[in-house]
Design a protein around this ligand. Structure first.
Ligand SMILES: Nc1ncnc2c1ncn2[C@@H]1O[C@H](COP(=O)(O)OP(=O)(O)OP(=O)(O)O)[C@@H](O)[C@H]1O
Length: 667
């Protein structure tokens, strides 16, 4: 009989019923090929894989010992069956540690490292690759924040005073100016802040400052990247707009035209490092570093552990990395919440006296006493922007209430929305019919859902010369509205809603044709394909090309124009009338409708609701078939288990002790 066959029979059964993921099961089978693995440890491996699939980079022994099924939202009966099949499980974290340390495939400090697939580090069990990635990030971040560039604070101030408008009297600190000053003196800085707090506005001024400091003849190599194609395209638009706004201010001071000509097209992080989609090999690493002096990394909340580790590895040590993102947004679907881990202390500041003195000298901003403290070296390189420039109306008020978990305020704002100007609307007891009405016709005092898209679609020109302009109008119509879902499956998930809209639009003769590729099918690309020039997250609409053959192509907005790809060549696409909130991170729409499911789901969290709301520019609609789902979701904060903060703190403490020792020796 195969060892542990009772456990594997039970796991097979649970996997068949959707309770255990296939990845966890396969991983446990692989680990079981070692001879000395007790059944309880195999069950631990399954749990680790399940935690990993939910975005955690590791599993704390404490969680292993304390009702792990609850954290995975498994049924208790399933857990009991698995426990019985695995035999007695260790009781308490210490007993789990003893079991795992004695396990062949587990490496822990003190034993020879032969590339074991699992690592036990302090009280956390890791898949080796995540442990390696967390260590890479901690090492790289600690090394970068230890480097201070030689900048003349007075010169920095001279440029910043010209590049920024005077700060309104009565407001305390211009954090945008402070962020530029901080970034200019380091090899790594983070500018975090909610949507519309001016991160891109700030970074455009930072680039102008760097250009000014470097002098006209300097040939700064600047790269810009974001985790998705959509976010990269948006970064370009925002940077262009911000730089255009600087023309007058920079006149005679900074060679803005030279700077613009040096700015590369923002790319996805995959494209930046040349990561192969299947093999995950990279073109740039520590031995073949990126050819850049400055890297702007936007929408960093979406960057997962592996990607951040690869980018940091590929960046030359002397290059400047500026990370932008909203630490409160959803993290990537893959493991890790790197931005959240790195700037968990951003709100408190923790600036040293020396940093505060530098900020004052270089930007004229006095750091409030409450924010001066004993933060570690990374805290000195983080600035949180606090004033929203775009969301000062009801959408911003609602987003803030959700982010701060003020459920009664959020409910009151939504319930009062009917009496407001139509910016917000809550379809509290939504039905499929009300959702379809919203999708096809929109709602009162808001734009008309996909109405404009369908109207443009119907206005196909006869003249082939007008085809590109028409395609652009169709795409703009589509981009004005989006349905955002928390879940993929079910009637209230992406799949169900896409199907319902397709059927309904067909029945109303708004869509024509059948099969996979029909005219008017909006799609999202789900995988990068360099040969086709498409990136994961790009959206487009399938339209017939002009001419008698009517070949289907997917058209996408490309700056002010459009580009297209043969539909039949796109293998990795999904219909996009409705998309998951994860997929729309980094995008915004004039009107966004967030749909929460009926059944409780661990996916519906405060971060998801906050991210969904902040995708809306002018109008936001909340669609809940069950009103209580809003409060339930807000109450659930996604806390990803990770060892990154601890590893980083250890590393920084080590480097600081080593520097003190060197200073003492020199004295
Ligand atoms: N100091 C400022 N003075 C005037 N306008 C500003 C200032 N800072 C930002 N803005 C304006 O506020 C808007 C939002 O700024 P920006 O796009 O830089 O924010 P963001 O934080 O990058 O947004 P997102 O989170 O959506 O990426 C822009 O229109 C920008 O021009």
């Amino acid at each position: 009989m195969m060892p542990h066959s009772k456990l594997f029979d039970c796991l097979d059964d649970c996997a068949g019923n959707g309770g255990v993921g296939m990845l966890g099961l396969s991983f446990a089978r692989f680990i079981a090929t070692s001879s000395d693995v007790p059944a309880a440890a195999l069950l631990g491996c399954v749990l680790l894989a399940e935690f990993e699939a939910r975005g955690h980079s590791c599993l704390r022994l404490e969680d292993l010992a304390d009702q792990p099924w609850e954290k995975l939202a498994w049924k208790e009966a399933q857990w009991q069956r698995l426990c019985e099949a695995a035999g007695p499980l260790p009781v308490g974290s210490q007993a789990w540690r003893e079991l795992l340390v004695a396990c062949g495939p587990v490496w822990s400090a003190g034993c020879g490292d032969a590339g074991h697939p699992l690592v036990l580090h302090r009280d956390r069990l890791y898949l080796r690759r995540h442990w390696r990635e967390e260590n890479q990030i901690a090492r790289a971040v600690a090394a970068r924040v230890g480097v201070e560039r030689d900048v003349d604070a007075a010169q920095v101030r001279h440029y910043l005073d010209r590049l920024f408008d005077p700060f309104p009297a009565g407001e305390s600190v211009d954090w945008q100016k402070a962020a530029c000053a901080i970034a200019a003196r380091g090899c790594l800085s983070i500018i975090t802040g909610g949507p519309g707090t001016g991160k891109t506005y700030t970074v455009a001024r930072l680039l102008a400052l760097l250009q000014g400091l470097a002098g006209e003849s300097a040939d700064l190599r600047i790269a810009m990247a974001a985790p998705s194609g959509k976010a990269a395209a948006r970064l370009r638009e925002s940077i262009d707009a911000a730089l255009t706004g600087l023309t007058e201010k920079a006149a005679g001071l900074i060679d803005l035209a030279g700077l613009c000509s040096r700015l590369g097209q923002p790319v996805t992080l995959h494209a930046l490092i040349g990561m192969h989609a299947e093999t995950r090999t990279v073109r740039h690493d520590a031995f073949r570093p990126l050819d850049v002096d400055v890297l702007i990394l936007d929408e960093a909340s979406m960057a997962h552990l592996e990607m951040m580790a690869c980018v940091l590895e590929a960046l030359p040590p002397q290059a400047m990395l500026v990370i932008l993102g909203d630490k409160d947004q959803l993290a990537s679907v893959e493991a890790g919440a790197v931005l959240g881990d790195l700037c968990g202390d951003a709100h408190a500041g923790g600036y040293s006296e020396a940093t505060a003195r530098y900020i004052e000298a270089a930007s004229g901003q006095a750091v409030p006493a409450a924010m001066i403290g004993h933060g570690h070296a990374l805290c000195q390189q983080i600035v949180m922007l606090r004033k929203s420039r775009r969301f000062d109306g009801p959408i911003g008020t609602l987003a803030l209430a959700v982010n701060e978990n003020r459920a009664s305020d959020a409910l009151a704002i939504l319930q009062d929305a009917g009496a407001g100007d139509g910016t917000l609307h809550w379809d509290e007891r939504a039905s499929t019919a009300s959702l379809l009405e919203l999708a096809i016709r929109g709602r009162m005092r808001a734009n008309d859902g996909y109405g404009r898209f369908f109207a443009e679609l119907a206005a196909r020109p006869r003249d082939a010369a007008e085809h590109p302009d028409w395609a652009r109008r169709v795409l703009q119509g589509f981009d004005g509205f989006r349905i955002l879902c928390a879940v993929r499956e079910g009637v209230w998930g992406v799949a169900g809603i896409n199907e319902a809209i397709e059927q309904h639009a067909r029945s109303m003769k708004l869509l024509d044709g059948s099969g996979e590729w029909y005219e008017g099918r909006p799609v999202i690309i789900t995988r990068n394909d360099r040969s086709l020039g498409v990136a994961n997250g790009d959206t487009g609409v399938c339209l017939k090309e002009p001419g008698p053959r009517g070949i289907m192509r997917v058209y996408m907005l490309d700056g002010a124009g459009v580009r297209s790809v043969l539909a039949s060549r796109l293998a990795h696409v999904e219909t996009a009338f409705a998309m998951t909130v994860h997929k729309v991170q980094g995008s915004e729409f004039a009107h966004a409708a967030l749909v929460l499911p009926v059944k409780p789901s661990p996916v519906v969290s405060r971060e998801l609701i906050y991210t969904g709301i902040t995708r809306a520019r002018d109008n936001f609609t909340l669609v809940t078939p069950l009103a209580s789902m809003l409060e339930q979701g807000m109450d659930r904060q996604t806390q990803r288990t990770s060892g990154l903060r601890e590893l980083l703190e250890e590393r920084l403490a080590f480097l600081s002790a080593a520097a003190q020792q060197t200073d003492r020796a020199a004295a």
